[in-house]
Design a protein around this ligand. Sequence first.
Ligand code: PEP
Length: 261
Amino acid sequence: MVTTRLPLIAGNWKMNLDHLQAIAFVQKLSWTLDEARHDRSASEVAVFPPFTDLRSVQTLVDAEKFSIAYGAQDLSAHDAGAFTGEISGAFLASLGCTYVLVGHSERRQYHGETDEVLGAKVGAALRYGIVPVLCVGETAADLEEFGASAVPVAQLKATLAGISPDADIVIAYEPVWAIGSGKAATEEQAEQVCAALRHTLSEIVDADFASRTRILYGGSVKSGNIASFMRQPNIDGALVGGASLEVAEFASIVRFYKHVI
Ligand code: PEP
């Protein structure tokens, strides 16, 4: 099948770069991609700065008309009210966020986010026209006990139960043991799990939804290994952590099509 899914290369900055550093970074990223004559029809680029950077990134991207999308790293399941410290999808939408990460493994691990909460967060993002990037993935212990696909597939089923076939979402398969470890999954394993996730989407929603939804791989992606992932038929891009904090390295990942033969 010829895929028409536009690859997405997404940079998760985590708790790095303040708003001044964010402005310098996004400026430099855009110049670097322009200088390299980045083909915007070959891959879409998105950055996920901390909440406090988003207004600065919005102002810069709007003023300079940069072709760089951006999103937040989390959102509240609620729309408004007495939820101290939480950020509403409404606020993210008014800051021009195209995307929002939902269920990154660090949120699941350090903030106890369950599939039920994450399902509500996916719903909140969709209510405000923001594309949720839903992260799923197995720990090293899960991998040993259940194999690679079982936990990510179960997370997907639990989180997306009842989702509308018209919803626009992105899935990121991120094996927890590969995040920040320098030990990426093999392209075979990543492809096997992404194929299982796509199959699951066709079961819980429908075939059209499964074939148009982008599924990213994440976990120690670098410019040196991105091509091997992008050659896989069910991998439509990457969620990049550490390597997204260096402009030249991230720009090279965005231009993965230069290394894919
Ligand atoms: C991540 O945090 O989503 C991630 C994939 O990190 P890294 O690329 O550093 O492994």
